[in-house]
Design a binder for this molecule. Structure first.
Ligand code: RP5
Length: 179
């Protein structure tokens, strides 16, 4: 998938290729953060789609997307937004699917506004909130992978391998800049 712009996944007749995870974001400007979720899902060979869906600029698009998500076969939605970031919460209001919220780092408040907007959901409509920025986007995709792996032994093995490689990549001792 392109590193520069989110693209909707083309409709497919093959059920195994139908998207299982939806990555939505409030604006094109969120792609720089959300592409890290896209990269992990691509690495895990998880069929997914990436779309711009704004809670306030395209409210009808959001309602239609979230209401139809479960029926279209999606299992998890990752929603990234910045500022007054109501996208994940509003998405969760329209669907029973797990919604993972990624606070995008805002210019004015460094993402604290995004984080608090997403994490402080009133009881009854949960959003699983990740860290601000690229780490949050990456972890949202890894968490989505974990959720899907509960029902998919092959994916579970792939995730175990991914984690083992990560562990193996950590050096025992730091390298001095003078070496
Ligand atoms: C939010 O407003 C988006 O999620 C984005 O993080 C923020 C700024 O959007 P742009 O003004 O860059 O389109 O809706």
């Amino acid at each position: 998938m392109s590193e520069t712009a989110p693209q909707p996944t083309a409709p497919t007749q093959d059920a195994s290729l139908a998207p299982k995870v939806g990555i939505i974001m409030g604006s094109q400007s969120d792609w720089e953060t959300m592409r890290h979720a896209d990269a992990i899902l691509t690495e895990m060979d998880i069929p997914h789609e990436t779309l711009i869906v704004s809670a306030h600029r395209t409210p009808d698009r959001l309602a239609e997307y979230a209401k139809n998500a479960a029926g279209r076969g999606l299992s998890v939605i990752i929603a990234g937004a910045g500022g007054a970031a109501h996208l994940p919460g509003m998405c969760a209001a329209w669907t029973r699917l797990p919604v993972l919220g990624v606070p995008v780092e805002s210019r004015a408040l460094k993402g604290m506004d995004s984080l608090l907007s997403i994490v402080q959901m009133p009881g009854g409509v949960p959003v699983g909130t990740l860290a601000i920025g690229a780490s949050g986007a990456k972890n949202a995709a890894l968490l989505a992978t974990s959720i899907l792996a509960l029902q998919d032994p092959e994916l579970a093995a792939k995730l175990d391998t991914w984690r083992a490689l990560q562990t193996a990549s950590v050096a025992n001792t730091p390298i001095s800049e003078n070496d």
